[in-house]
Design a protein around this ligand. Sequence first.
Ligand code: ADP
Ligand code: ASP
Ligand code: MG
Length: 467
Amino acid sequence: MGKKKRGTMKVIKFGGSSVSDSSKIKAVVEIILSSRENRFVVLSAMKGITNTLIASARAAEAGDRSYKEQYEEVETRTYGALKELVREGTLYETTKETLQSMLEEYHDILHGVELIRECSLRSLDLIMSFGERLNCTIVSAYMNDAGHKAEYIDAREIIRTDSSFGKGSVDFPRTYELIRERVRNVNGVGIITGFIASSAQGFTTTLGRNGSDYTASIIAAGVEADVCEIWTDVDGVLTADPRVVPGAKVIDQLSIEEAMELSFFGAEVIHPSTLIPTVEKEIPVIIRNTMNLSAPGTVISGMKPKRTAPITGIASIDEVALINVEGGGMIGMPGVASRIFTSLAEEDVNVIMISQASSEHSICIVCRQSEAERAKSRLEKDLADVIASKRIQKIGVQIDLELVAVIGDNMKGQVGLSGRLFSALGDSQVNILAIAQGSTEKNISLVIEKKQRETALNAIHRTFLES
Ligand code: ADP
Ligand code: ASP
Ligand code: MG
């Protein structure tokens, strides 16, 4: 796609927080129309709708008829937004019919789930897809009604994943082909459903919760856009989660590695996979605030920002567990670690962090709390011989923990940084249960008790980012 010939082309994405109701949708459309560069728009479902869709599916599965109330909430918000945005007339009527048939389908699926008392991940993906589909239908109708050409694009036509329902893995070559074919003749601005995709067999899939950011970057890479903008409800990527650390500040520029680490370690402002497609095509990603147009936002690009602060930001993941494989007999015994990780991989347990004491007396593995019991049982089964011979004494699981990651390109080679970090935590009475430092020295991760999260994050922030 000849980007030089076409001038600057942007893909812009608005999250659920930016499209929670009709007045916010109007503000979003003003942003879309403020520049001819905004050619493709990716939208999430209206705020809260995905959660309501999931709740309705779970209720129907349990045979709890309260799913009808959740259905009605989706219906009321959908028709409410349509009424407030599109004037009575032919377009209103045809859009209402489209929405009605989507809502009927959603209702029928819920009824089916209720009858069979089962909601597979595949069915749940289909149910969740209505949020983005309803919202994009309304927004494109609103734009057309106001005289601005816009075309609804269902991302299931252009993003192809495997059949890992709940979090599909993208088939990039096929996806890029589909995107190129589809966008060739878009009438006006393309309004694309975030979050959803489809498998080669034609089933609806999703890219994982919060996945619309990833949709935007996939589209940006597919159309070879010059910029991918992610519009949300904060001024950019902040030095910490502003809901936990009131002193968090906007980071003007982030390197790709820093942004990837921050999102991987829980900064939900961007989905962790967002930067994968854009990095390859060298497309900068900019995070901006829908509610504050004067804020320039955060630019994430291949440039290495110059900084003075020793660290760039802090993020954290809650609901993690620590699995401790302990035993004097592991000392000098090659292959135990590899057996542990093979077992966990086969069990589909996502290992977030590993640390091993230099005595080799124990190996600590951090994973999601929801996966911990499964991980423990699998390890006990697969390592039964080493346990029987007492070379491993115990596989323990500790829950209700938080993994805190301190991140920054500047951290490399800074003597004494860990010392300051641990003193800051010690002075605030935070107990550290495990530590890991990546060999790139751009990240120190530590595990603490969940209840100390706020104290720990604020102590680290004060020490490194507020002086
Ligand atoms: P959207 O609906 O636009 O996708 P999200 O709720 O997914 O928005 O992400 C934005 C939110 O992420 C912010 O409101 C903020 O509370 C939270 N957040 C967590 N960590 C950070 C961080 N480091 N920087 C900015 N926002 C963060
Ligand atoms: N609507 C989806 C969710 O709530 C995707 C997104 O908002 O990015 O997870
Ligand atoms: Mg989001």
